[in-house]
Design a protein around this ligand. Structure first.
Ligand SMILES: Cc1cc2nc3c(=O)[nH]c(=O)nc-3n(C[C@H](O)[C@H](O)[C@H](O)COP(=O)(O)OP(=O)(O)OC[C@H]3O[C@@H](n4cnc5c(N)ncnc54)[C@H](O)[C@@H]3O)c2cc1C
Length: 454
């Protein structure tokens, strides 16, 4: 699909309700949906699950029974990963029916949701009650547990990934028993970004912040030379900053700056390090309609409606795409970008758009930002799998000197031995997963290859 066509499709509002109604409790439907002969795919449609059966328990008790009874199995969230991380040689257990808000503890400022709740299910209600989450990914349609399990992130030099506000989870272990793991538990930092290797999370508790509003500004054509000189200042110019580029023309085509609304804050000017303010709402690809994009031009709006790039009622893409993303230390960002720019003739033909974001360091053992303030270099590719899979090793080769870590949910080809070197707690992770899941019920091809082989 051509770049322009792709993004035209992407701006079409999804008919019907993508998101569950606030505080939704879905009706009980078929508990077990036979998988064959209908093929079941991930959201992007680039991967067909091989699991024999899909189960959709409607209660935690049903989920516990299934986990106990079944041998090989894996949790399934909203299917937004681009690889086989959520597949199983046996069964997939979807959390689709477990999507309720369990509690907002206003006194302790903690939200507890069932694992299958999606950010879009509850964010507006949180805002109405005076609360916010510190950050959100570029789309609100992903489950809280799936996002945390893979170290999903938004942007901001002081913002950690979406697992960092987690203060506790409830987990079903292989024998069907429930265990509560809070942030004082010694295993907490392994289990939350756990790639589904420890069991199935049934509840997640998140620390809340006071509600806040955000103003979003977009600037066009930031010269690479200016980025080189001013990278840190540019990325710190807002609560969240994203750079969009197709690597052509020695420039970043758009800079999206999202500023927290504060008393007496000053409007941003028309010049931003050599980039010029947009005179209308923009799409990440300048040529396309901004209809689906969250409001810009400095118009204040709730955190949940400005931190994602796309409005809640729209989907950011029709799914006909692939994604890859690599995390490198913040201090190497400019050098790495300049080197990737040299690969533009190989990248551009297959690329829809690249986005560069920052994420603060955290302590989750398998987080791509483990103890490293990071810059994430993301590519949304055309869905041309052989071509994209041929380019990725070249990008990985360039970023190897910066010990790049891949996004667990996206495409990569990095040798597992290198992953082992780049994750200092990988061995500890493996040992602990063996304790929680001695028979390997939650193992799959992806985990065996990338985590347990090293
Ligand atoms: C259009 C699009 C935009 C995206 N934007 C971003 C972005 O801005 N930032 C970013 O970092 N990523 C982004 N991603 C990637 C996305 O965040 C990840 O794919 C995320 O993991 C999706 O969550 P999910 O619920 O769909 O998980 P699934 O794909 O369903 O599962 C992911 C993993 O989580 C595990 N898991 C799920 N539920 C549980 C549970 N209850 N207990 C234990 N393990 C569980 C699964 O076993 C699997 O290993 C994007 C993806 C798409 C398609």
């Amino acid at each position: 699909m051509k770049r322009k066509k792709f993004l035209q499709v992407s701006t079409i509002a999804v008919t019907g309700s993508i998101l569950a109604p606030q505080w939704a409790c879905k009706p009980k439907s078929e508990q077990t949906i036979p998988m064959l002969p209908t093929e079941r795919k991930n959201w992007a449609g680039n991967y067909t699950y091989k699991a024999k059966e899909l189960h959709e328990p409607a209660s935690v008790a049903e989920l516990q029974e299934l986990v106990k009874k079944l041998s090989q199995q894996k949790a399934l969230g909203s299917r937004h990963c681009f690889n086989d991380i959520a597949d199983s040689p046996g069964h997939q257990i979807s959390t689709r029916m477990l999507n309720k808000v369990v509690e907002i503890n206003e006194e302790n400022k903690v939200l507890t949701v069932e694992a299958g709740a999606r950010y879009g299910d509850f964010s507006e209600e949180l805002y109405k009650r005076g609360f916010a989450l510190p950050n959100i990914a570029s789309l609100p349609h992903i489950t809280v547990a799936g996002a945390c399990a893979t170290g999903t992130h938004g942007s901001g030099v002081k913002n950690g990934n979406l697992a960092t506000p987690v203060v506790g989870v409830e987990l079903v272990k292989p024998d069907g028993s429930l265990v509560q793991i809070d942030n004082n538990h010694p295993d907490f930092y392994a289990i939350v970004v756990g790639l589904g290797a420890f069991g199935i999370m049934t509840k997640v508790s998140l620390r809340l912040e006071p509600a806040f509003d955000v103003r979003q500004y977009v600037f066009l054509d930031l010269p690479m030379a200016s980025l080189k000189e001013n990278f840190e200042e540019i990325m710190a110019a807002g609560y969240s900053v994203s750079l969009f580029t197709d690597w052509m023309g020695e420039k970043v085509s758009e800079v999206w700056v999202k500023q927290k609304v504060e008393p007496n804050m000053v409007e941003m000017g028309s010049d931003f390090f050599g980039a010029k303010s947009a005179s209308q709402n923009m799409h990440p690809i300048a040529a396309l309609s901004a209809e689906a994009c969250s409001d810009q031009m400095g118009v204040p709006g709730p955190w949940y409606d400005r931190l994602p790039h796309f409005k809640m009622g729209f989907t950011p893409s029709a799914g006909e795409e692939l994604q890859s993303e690599y995390f490198i230390p913040m201090e190497n960002a400019v050098a790495a970008m300049l080197e990737l720019e040299q690969m533009r003739d190989e990248i551009y033909p297959h690329l829809l758009i690249s986005e560069i974001r920052t994420i603060a360091a955290d302590d989750f053992w398998l987080s791509p930002c483990y103890q490293r303030d990071s810059v994430a270099i993301h590519c949304t590719w055309k869905q041309k799998t052989p071509e994209v899979m041929a380019v990725l090793p070249k990008i990985e080769n360039i970023l190897a000197k910066y010990n790049c870590r891949p996004h667990w949910a996206k495409l990569f080809t990095i040798d597992p031995k290198l992953l082992e070197e780049r994750y200092p707690r990988m061995q500890d992770f493996r040992k602990l997963a063996d304790v929680y899941d001695p028979d390997g019920k939650f193992r799959n091809h992806y985990l065996n290859l990338n985590v347990f082989k090293g």
